[in-house]
Design a protein around this ligand. Sequence first.
Ligand code: 0GY
Length: 309
Amino acid sequence: MTATETGQAQTDVQRPDPDYMPFHAAPKRPDFVPPPGAVDAHCHVFGPAARFPFAPTRKYTPVDAPAETLFALRDHLGFARNVIVQATCHGSDNSAMLDAIARSDGRARGVAVVAKDVDDAELDRLHAGGVRGVRFNFLKRLVGNAPKDDYVRIAERIAARGWHIVVYFESAELADLEPFIRALPGTIVIDHMGRPEVADGPEGAGFARVLGLMASDPRFWIKVSCPERLTVAGPPYDDVVPFARRLVEAFPDRVLWGTDWPHPNMTSHMPDDGLLVDRIPAIAPTEALQRALLIDNPMRLYWPEEAGA
Ligand code: 0GY
């Protein structure tokens, strides 16, 4: 899957890491049919590197995962829209994501990563290009030491635009990070359920802290995504379902769902995206919960003009 749009291979300097796992080549067609208008609210595009080179500062070099492959997957899975989240391998150059959004016929929006000195013209350009939020990453493996001062400055800059902030951390870090995250302005979306330790079960201390954060302040939203990254048992991720279900039932109007395609940095196995979709009824067991998770919530956050919010 290193072929690019133009048929060239990724160049030497941009060649995928030798142990990098490519996305599933032929995911099943899900048995669960998402409601019409469903949104995959967390996915990425990578490259193609020949056109959109990866950042010199990146911590990994992935396999190309271009927009047309994402859109084909969207259709195959029965989804209508994507929220494309800027991944660290592209740094703060959002070109690949903006190009994908521009080619989506209005069916994609984005979450950007921006530099601390981003100017208003660039924020205007990103907004016009479909960006509705910024992502702050706290994973040392992905960004080293999180530049918190920069994040504060960026948060102040974007607050007036009605954008939200997406935060990515591991639950073990939350005790230290919580004061910082609580002090951020506006709506804050937590990636991947706050990455709980699934071995501790849903009663574990880390997940309790995530639940407490969600319960304490309606500005917090959360993505019930990434069972493949969190699981101990492996597919079909029965050990992760109770975490997601608890969040969906407790906070039905502040949860989002996403594939996380193309699943960067997976080392144990590569998930079948069709199977991920098939787990949705287990985490959102009623049609009302499914509708909120897959349509109403993401539309409110990313297409408010269509959601009537
Ligand atoms: C994810 C998870 C990961 C990667 C990134 O920005 C990224 O590079 O988010 C990860 O490695 O856990 O959300 O895609």
